[in-house]
Design a binder for this molecule. Structure first.
Ligand SMILES: [Zn+2]
Length: 397
């Protein structure tokens, strides 16, 4: 095939991926608005959309919308059919494995979960994953999906799709999930650690839509972060970047951490650490007591320490990554909710370039579901980046 034809095909696929991304993440949009948002001519959009309508990727809705939100002439809005492009998500956390199916517009249409029994090993973990997939594929055939995205507790090897050696993960270690899954399915498989997947979920479907630079800080039983830089997930050289839970904020007198340091962020801000120190059975109980203003001086002191540690982390994130937005998620973010406006103000005073840049601080759109929504988002991000086609090779489109 001549190079000029190849170039044209590449350009067409890139522009169609941009149209898909806009419609999937921003909702129904007119041709005029698409041309404006994507920097393409109206004629180019008309031609690209005509092909996408023929392939049933896009349809004309009954809805007419104003150009740029202004009154005046209205145009027909375009949309992607519901459940036309779908992905499987597997979220592997410490105590359970979750399976969800989502369409490219972020609509979850299937959810299942199985616990990981104590003392589980690699074989037991794979059995759980296979059982979850068997149950999903009994309801929806494999060719309904464009791929499987895996969001897992880390560390993970992204290239070989392997869970390495997470702490306190029973006997599960060096588990080549990708290798075993490829023996069962022909679907493309991609993996991210659950914090990076959460950052992707926020960027595509949550509070950070359209932000090219966003950092997600997850305050769960462990603490970590995921970063989107220049529109792409920042993984580092081996996929271990943004381990902010083990950034020390008090290396001299700080609390001892299992990693060998003192004063790691995680020792002050993980829900595991807070509940253990306060001898609370659950976050639900703690939040209930806080709401009723019924808690001890020790709890008050612990929450004050938590707040100061989160503030240090957020200022460090602002100074290191220079994002447009910082999203705080997982269960611990609920403790932060009442203090968010105060924290936002302090961030603007204390970050080093405070006179040059405003950074929006917010909590996650999905609360403690962000890493779960992140799992299928991994596949959609690959489709939007043109690494994957909208449909897998086994689907007749
Ligand atoms: Zn540590």
């Amino acid at each position: 095939m001549p190079t000029s034809v190849k170039n044209l095909q590449y350009l067409k696929a890139t522009n169609q991926a941009s149209i898909l991304r806009h419609l999937a993440t921003m909702g129904p949009t007119s041709r005029v608005e698409l041309a404006h948002k994507l920097g393409l001519s109206k004629m180019a959009i008309t031609n690209l959309v005509a092909d996408m309508i023929q392939d049933d990727l896009v349809f004309e809705t009954d809805q007419k919308i104003s150009h740029n939100g202004m009154t005046g002439r209205k145009s027909i809005a375009l949309d992607i059919p519901d459940c036309r492009i779908n992905a499987v998500g597997l979220f592997i956390e410490r105590f359970a494995i979750h399976c969800n199916a989502m369409d490219i517009k972020g609509r979850q249409f299937y959810y299942d979960k199985l616990p990981i029994p104590p003392e589980s090993d690699n074989a037991a973990a794979m059995e759980i994953i296979f059982r979850l997939l068997d149950r999903l594929f009994q309801k929806y055939s494999e060719d309904t999906f464009s791929g499987i995205g895996i969001s897992s507790i880390g560390p993970v090897d992204l290239n070989s799709v392997t869970i390495l050696h997470p702490t306190n993960f029973y006997h599960i270690s060096n588990l080549p999930v990708g290798k075993f899954l490829r023996e069962k399915t022909r679907l493309p498989i991609f993996m991210l650690n659950c914090m990076s997947a959460a950052a992707l979920a926020e960027r595509l479907y949550g509070n950070a839509k359209n932000c090219n630079h966003v950092v997600y800080l997850g305050l769960g039983s462990g603490v970590g972060a995921g970063a989107v830089i220049n529109g792409n997930i920042f993984t580092g050289s081996k996929g271990f970047a943004s381990e902010l839970g083990h950034m020390s904020i008090d290396p001299i007198r700080g609390r001892k951490c299992f990693c060998g340091q003192r004063g790691c962020l995680e020792t002050y801000t993980s829900t595991y650490s807070i509940l253990k120190r306060l001898r609370y059975p659950s976050m639900e109980q703690l939040l209930k007591d806080i709401e009723a203003n019924c808690f001890t001086d020790k709890a008050r002191e612990e929450l004050s320490t938590f707040y100061q540690a989160v503030r240090s982390a957020i200022i460090a994130i602002a100074n290191i990554y220079d994002p447009e937005m910082i999203v705080v998620g997982d269960q611990g973010s609920q403790l932060l909710e009442p203090y968010l406006p105060k924290l936002q103000k302090e961030l603007h005073i204390l970050m080093i370039q405070h006179d040059l840049h405003d950074i929006t601080l917010t909590t996650s759109a999905f609360q403690n579901q962000t890493s779960l929504i992140g799992a299928p988002s991994i596949i959609f991000d690959r489709i939007f980046s043109k690494v994957l086609p909208p449909f897998n090779g086994i689907k007749a489109s």
